[in-house]
Design a protein around this ligand. Structure first.
Ligand code: ATP
Length: 239
C-alpha cells in the first residue's frame, strides 16, 4: 500500500533521514521505534507531505501509495484523496473550541457530507468524549485530549492513520486503553503507522516494526520477533 524507498529528508542543510526504506501493507499495524531524535516524527511528516520549516524537505528517494508517487501531492490532498491522516505529537487540538467543534472542524475534507456517523463512531470508541462534547478542549485531561486527537483524525474518514507518540504523557491504564482502541480500529479495517517511545507497548500491538537510529533503519521484522531480539531488548526495551 505504502512504499518508502531510499527516502532522504533534511531540515535546511542538515540531513535527518539518510535513505530509509520501508513498506506498509493494507490492514497492518506498523510501528517505528527508536530513541529521541532518531527521525521517527520526521518520517511521518515526510509521509504527510507537510512543509518546512516544521517538516523536512524530501531530498531523495520516493514515497508511493498503491504504486503511484505521492511526492508531488500537497498535504490537503494526502488527507482528502489518499485518505491518510496524522494525529500529531502533542495532540495539537484547538483548545478554545469544544470537543464537538474540534471534531466538526476536522471534517473539512469531506466537503459537505454528513458527519453524524463518524461522530457517533468516535463517541462510541471514546465515551468520555461524548460526555464532554460541549466542554472546551483545553480543559480536558491529557488522556482525553489524546482521545480527541485520534477522534479528530478519524473524522477525515481516513483509511491510513499515522500516530505520533499516542502514549505520551498518559497514565498506564489510559495508555493501554488507547492501544486497545487502536487494535479495534485496525480490526475494523484501518491501516496504522505508529511512532512510539514506548517500544514495548507498540511492539505488543503491531504486526511489524522498524527501528530507526539517527536517520537510518537499523532493524526490522515481525513485532513479536523484535520483542525477543536480545540487541533490541538491550537498546530499546529496558534490557
Ligand atoms: P522524538 O522521539 O524525540 O520525538 P524523533 O525520532 O521523532 O524523536 P525527529 O523529531 O524526527 O526525531 O527529529 C530527527 C532530527 O531532526 C533531530 O536531530 C531533530 O533535532 C531534527 N529536527 C526535527 N524537527 C526539526 C525542525 N523543524 N527543524 C530542524 N531540525 C529538526
Amino acid at each position: 500500500m505504502i512504499r518508502v524507498s531510499n527516502l532522504k529528508a533534511a531540515y535546511g542543510k542538515i540531513e535527518a533521514l539518510h535513505g530509509i526504506s520501508f513498506h506498509v501493507e493494507k490492514g497492518e499495524i506498523v510501528t517505528l521505534i527508536g530513541a529521541n531524535g532518531a527521525g521517527k516524527s520526521t518520517t511521518l511528516k515526510a509521509l504527510m507531505r507537510l512543509v518546512p520549516p516544521e517538516a523536512p524537505t524530501v531530498t531523495g528517494g520516493d514515497i508511493t501509495f498503491d504504486g503511484a508517487s505521492i511526492l508531488g501531492m500537497p498535504a490537503h490532498r494526502i488527507v482528502s484523496d489518499i485518505r491518510m491522516t496524522l494525529a500529531p505529537e502533542g495532540r495539537r487540538i484547538f483548545g478554545n473550541l469544544t470537543v464537538m467543534e474540534n471534531l466538526q472542524l476536522a471534517s473539512w475534507s469531506r466537503k459537505g457530507e454528513s458527519t453524524d456517523k463518524e461522530i457517533q463512531h468516535v463517541f462510541e470508541l471514546f465515551p468520555r468524549l461524548a460526555e464532554r462534547a460541549r466542554q472546551r478542549s483545553d480543559t480536558l485531561s491529557g488522556g482525553e485530549q489524546q482521545m480527541l486527537a485520534v477522534g479528530r483524525a478519524l473524522m477525515t474518514k481516513c483509511s491510513v492513520l499515522l500516530l505520533d507518540e499516542p502514549s505520551m504523557g498518559l497514565a498506564p491504564l489510559i495508555m493501554y486503553d488507547m492501544f486497545r482502541t487502536l487494535k479495534r480500529l485496525n480490526a475494523e479495517g484501518l491501516t496504522i503507522i505508529v511512532v512510539e517511545q514506548n517500544a514495548h507497548l507498540a511492539l505488543k500491538v503491531a504486526d511489524r516494526g522498524y527501528v530507526l537510529d539517527t536517520g537510518e533503519i537499523v532493524a526490522e521484522g515481525p513485532a513479536e520477533e523484535l520483542l525477543h531480539r536480545p540487541e533490541i531488548k538491550a537498546a530499546y526495551l529496558g534490557g
